[in-house]
Every structure is written in structure tokens, then in C-alpha cells.
Design a protein around this ligand. Structure first.
Ligand code: KIV
Length: 267
């Protein structure tokens, strides 16, 4: 599908001081809806592991699963920039594998850019992927693929030493050539400092208002998730409840014989 927006448009929004909007999608219908609504970036996040597949973490998600979902999203995306996550174990072992994984997300998944988690320790990996002309979005702070090191999904960078480390990670991501960076689960003052220092757009999730853009997991903001919702999630609609009512109404209609009626039957 032809894309009208590219990472150059994201850079333009950034240099014009306009906020960048990003939401996640994992399938064609959600991609269509987001694309039509004018979102700047659609992220096929490995959060699909939790909100679509029902896992407790993103760790079980495979590269093949990411490619499948990214292709589906690509078919529904004609305007937004399409970014796909490199899942756990598709880029950590060595650089050739990371390049191949990134290449597959672009070649088979039709992504325009890839996102990966980490800072200083993945700097060379980011550089190597950027060198093969695949744009990279970084991701620092609360990095869900490091859940076991972090001891859970908790805000990062509250202590000075931790904050310094996150700042160093963000610098490393920028130096490696990433076109933008997600700041997740960090105090807003730290996000403000990183945003002021970097020359690439910061996209925040649970990082306060000072970032250059914002992202949420779509299933969280539309109320289609049974998991604990963190404080930073704003629920714009409660689809759990709305869809639950629709399904109950259907069951009732079938059971009492009012569906299908004449309007929904062939004469
Ligand atoms: O996987 C994902 O959806 C993400 C966003 C939370 C940024 O990485």
C-alpha cells in the first residue's frame, strides 16, 4: 500500500514544534481506523503479546508473529508512518541477526522503520541497522523486554544514578542515528531534560507532557484490556462494556428468536 507519510514528515513536525501522535495497531481494521483518524505513526508494538495474545509479558512474541501482524496493519495503512517492534531475542544476540530481523520487518512486514529497546548496550546494533537504511526508533526507560531485570513494570529513573543511566542511554540512541525515541515510564522532569537535550523527537508513554509526542497502547485507551491499567493510561472509551452489551444483546436475540428477522433474511 502506498504511504503518503514518511519519517521526513515526522522530522518536519518536530522541527515545526508540532506534537507527534502515535498509537498501536495489530490488525487491519484497527489500522484503517487509526489511519483515517489522522494519526502520525502507527506502531505494531510487541505489546500485542499481552493485549492480543494474552501473555503476561512481551517476551514470548516471535519475529514471525511480528511480521504477520505488521503485514496486516500495512494493508490498512495508507497515510501514517508504519513502525514495527523488534521482539525479544531478534536483535540481542548479535548484529548480523539484528540486521536480518530488521530487514525482514521491512521486506516481509512492509514496515517503514523498526523500534528496539535499550541504550548504550544496543548502540552498535542501532548503528548497524541504520547503516542498511532502515530507520530506527529507540526506546529507553521502562523497557518491557527487561521486565525480569527491572523486577516488574515499574517507573524507572527515580533515583539520580538511574536517571543518569537513562540519560546516557538516550544520548547513545541519538548518536547511533535513530530518528526518534520512546521514553517510557520515567518521571516527567527526566523526560523534560532528555527532550531538551536531544535533537530527535521524544515520544512519551507515562513520561509526562514535555515530550515531543505521545503514544499509548490502543487497547488500553479504548478499554479493551482486562489487565491492570497504569496511572498514565487515559481511557477514551470503554469498549469492554460496549462490546459486552452488544454480545449479550445478540445472544438474547438468537435465544428469543428475534434474530434473524425479515430484514436480515433472504426472501
Ligand atoms: O509495544 C508497544 O506497544 C510499545 C509502546 C508501549 C511504546 O513499545
Amino acid at each position: 500500500m502506498k504511504k503518503s507519510k514518511t519519517i521526513l514528515d515526522i522530522q518536519r513536525l518536530y522541527s515545526e514544534g508540532q506534537k507527534i501522535t502515535m498509537l498501536t495497531a495489530y490488525d487491519y481494521p484497527m489500522a484503517r481506523l487509526l489511519d483515517r483518524s489522522g494519526i502520525d505513526i502507527i506502531l505494531v508494538g510487541d505489546s500485542l503479546g499481552t493485549v492480543v495474545a494474552g501473555h503476561d509479558t512481551t517476551l514470548p512474541v516471535t519475529l514471525d508473529e511480528m511480521i504477520y501482524h505488521t503485514r496486516s496493519v500495512a494493508r490498512g495503512t495508507s497515510n501514517a508512518v508504519l513502525v514495527a517492534d523488534l521482539p525479544f531475542l531478534s536483535y540481542q544476540v548479535d548484529i548480523p541477526e539484528a540486521r536480518r530481523s530488521a530487514g525482514r520487518l521491512v521486506k516481509e512486514g512492509c514496515a517503514q522503520a523498526v523500534k528496539l529497546e535499550g541504550g548504550v548496550h544496543v548502540q552498535e546494533t542501532i548503528r548497524a541497522i541504520v547503516d542498511m537504511d532502515v530507520p530506527v526508533m529507540g526506546h529507553v526507560g521502562l523497557t518491557p523486554q527487561s521486565v525480569h531485570r527491572m523486577g516488574g513494570f515499574r517507573v524507572q529513573g527515580r533515583q539520580e544514578e538511574q536517571a543518569e543511566k537513562i540519560l546516557a542511554d538516550a544520548r547513545a540512541v541519538e548518536e547511533a542515528g535513530a530518528f526518534s525515541i520512546v521514553l517510557e515510564g520515567v518521571p516527567m522532569d527526566l523526560a523534560r531534560q532528555i527532550t531538551a537535550e536531544l535533537h530527535i523527537p521524544t515520544i512519551g508513554i507515562g513520561a509526562g507532557v514535555h515530550c515531543d509526542g505521545q503514544v499509548l497502547v490502543t487497547h488500553d485507551m479504548i478499554g479493551l484490556c482486562d489487565k491492570f491499567a497504569p496511572k498514565f493510561v487515559k481511557k477514551y472509551v470503554d469498549l469492554d462494556e460496549i462490546l459486552g452489551r452488544a454480545f449479550s444483546a445478540y445472544i438474547e436475540d438468537v435465544r428469543n428468536g428475534s434474530f434473524p428477522d425479515d430484514d436480515h433474511s433472504f426472501k
